[in-house]
Design a binder for this molecule. Structure first.
Ligand SMILES: [Zn+2]
Length: 145
């Protein structure tokens, strides 16, 4: 009897490991991206019902989305989903969904395909020309960029 219980506990540990989990994402919510109070895009957030890991899908307004849950982008345990906003761009080039670590830096591709290095502090971009916000903090809301 005791042996059976231990097996069950071990199974549970395997199940909640987000690295080995066979994710079963369910729709969790959305973040709207607004520009001058008009929604120009949104992020759909999916969450695995087993390991609680979140997955994001970017939707530009007017562009048909191709949802493929099986192909959900990988995110590491020490990363969070965020939007990087460029202060000098407009429209769809103004924002980009990406993954961010707590600190360090991130290589960011600009509209003219230049790779620039942005500094990160406390899950936020620290840069004169860019800013960022975390998806987790704005689910179910609209963010004015
Ligand atoms: Zn999972």
């Amino acid at each position: 009897m005791q042996g059976l219980n231990i097996t069950k506990i071990e199974e549970k540990i395997v199940e909640i490991n987000s690295e080995t989990c066979k994710h079963q994402p369910v729709y969790f919510g959305a973040v709207n991206i607004n520009l001058n109070e008009k929604t120009i895009g949104s992020i759909d957030v999916w969450r695995c019902g087993v390991c609680k890991k979140k997955f994001c899908e970017e939707k530009q307004l007017g562009i048909e989305s191709i949802t493929d849950i099986v192909g959900m982008p990988k995110i590491e345990p020490d990363e969070k989903w965020c939007i990087i906003v460029s202060k000098f761009q407009t429209g769809k080039d103004k924002w980009k969904l990406t993954k961010i670590k707590e600190s360090g830096s991130i290589n960011f591709e600009t509209v003219d395909e230049k790779i620039i290095e942005l500094k990160i502090k406390n899950f936020k971009i620290e840069d004169d020309h860019h800013w960022s916000f975390l998806i987790d903090d704005h689910i179910g809301r609209a963010v004015e960029i």
